[in-house]
Design a protein around this ligand. Structure first.
Ligand SMILES: NC(=O)c1ccc[n+]([C@@H]2O[C@H](COP(=O)([O-])OP(=O)(O)OC[C@H]3O[C@@H](n4cnc5c(N)ncnc54)[C@H](OP(=O)(O)O)[C@@H]3O)[C@@H](O)[C@H]2O)c1
Length: 306
């Protein structure tokens, strides 16, 4: 099968390109720079230059592909992001999805898979939720919901993912902050649904091969608080245990948005995805996933030693 991946040079996209190629598919990965081209090539894909917001350019890059996967994002990396900082990410989710759907029509692709986020449906009262729950009020998630709506109207599929972690995700930044004693645990942090990036990639590979129209949550088996996650990460890398601060104090150091993200429960399940795709998380909880993450870092450090 020929598959086109937007976001192919990103943390999820690189894994997905590698996995699809290993399963015998020809993978074209959207690349916007020489570095991105190199990352796609190293992952086992064929880099293609295209403009995510231009259906004609996408159709030329994805010509002959039966499946299109939209895994591009641009999450602001600022310490205190405002809603305005999400403008490009919103455009990727709205205009990028629209252009990819138009491209699918031009080239006759039979499947489009959209990467969304489970917190798009997280209710304000913190109750557990699933694919049937109404959309949540989080303003940052509205563009993801708009992308999902376009995908559903066109008869395609969306995978909503939990909070990503893994050796080459933002987890490395968290580990550095723990080592420098700059990461605090928030007292009263809520339970969140996590997902190791390898498991996310495996889920997208299955969806690329099999998905019909629909919406699925893809998360690991055990929601956990960021406090548990940060303490477990500190333990695995030999960093001192992080200090706990109250919510009001955390808001002085980080943005209100980030603190609220960590303090609003995000408890959901991948039961539907497990049932429909016979998927089993390789890392059922953050404990196994962080064991793998830390082991990979140790291996990389050993290889760097003369
Ligand atoms: N579920 C989750 O927890 C979740 C979801 C999304 C992101 N994140 C996290 O947030 C962090 C940052 O994410 P990120 O999205 O900045 O990086 P990323 O996931 O590593 O990569 C984003 C991908 O989207 C592409 N992209 C960005 N802007 C684009 C545009 N205008 N047109 C076409 N492609 C574009 C990037 O291409 P280039 O290489 O050319 O820039 C890259 O391939 C990551 O650590 C990630 O784990 C988490």
């Amino acid at each position: 099968m020929r598959v086109f991946v937007s976001g192919a040079s990103g943390v999820l996209g690189r894994r997905l390109v590698g996995l699809l190629a290993a399963r015998g598919h020809e993978v074209r990965g959207l690349a916007r720079s020489a570095e991105a081209e190199e990352r796609v090539r190293r992952a086992g894909g064929i880099p293609v230059a295209a403009d995510l917001f231009d259906k004609g350019s996408l159709a030329r890059g994805a010509e002959g592909c039966e499946v299109l996967i939209h895994a591009a994002t641009s999450i602001p990396q600022k310490r205190r992001p405002s809603l305005a900082d999400f403008a490009l990410n919103d455009r990727i989710r709205r205009d990028g999805t629209r252009a990819l759907l138009e491209c699918a029509q031009i080239i006759g692709a039979r499947r489009v898979v959209f990467q969304s986020i489970v917190w798009a449906a997280r209710p304000a009262d913190g109750a557990p939720f699933d694919e049937n729950s109404p959309p949540g009020p989080d303003p940052v998630a509205q563009s993801a919901l708009d992308g999902e709506r376009m995908i559903a109207e066109a008869g395609f599929s969306t995978l909503r993912c939990g909070w990503f972690y893994g050796p080459d995700a933002s987890t490395r930044g968290l580990a550095d902050a723990l080592r420098r004693r700059r990461l605090r645990v928030i007292g009263g942090a809520a339970k969140l649904s996590f997902l190791h990036l390898d498991d996310a990639a495996a889920a997208f590979a299955l969806a690329a091969e099999q998905a019909g129209p629909g919406l699925w949550h893809v998360v690991d088996d055990e929601p956990a608080s960021s406090a548990d996650f940060f303490r477990a990460l500190a333990d695995r890398i030999g960093a001192p245990p992080p200090r706990t601060v109250p919510k009001w104090l955390a808001r002085l150091g980080a943005s209100r948005m980030s603190v609220d993200f960590l303090c609003t429960p995000m408890v959901t399940t991948a039961a539907k995805f497990r049932r429909d795709f016979r998927w089993i998380a390789k890392y059922p909880t953050y404990r196994e996933g962080l064991d793998q993450t830390a082991a990979q870092w140790r291996q990389e450090a050993a290889q760097r030693r003369p």
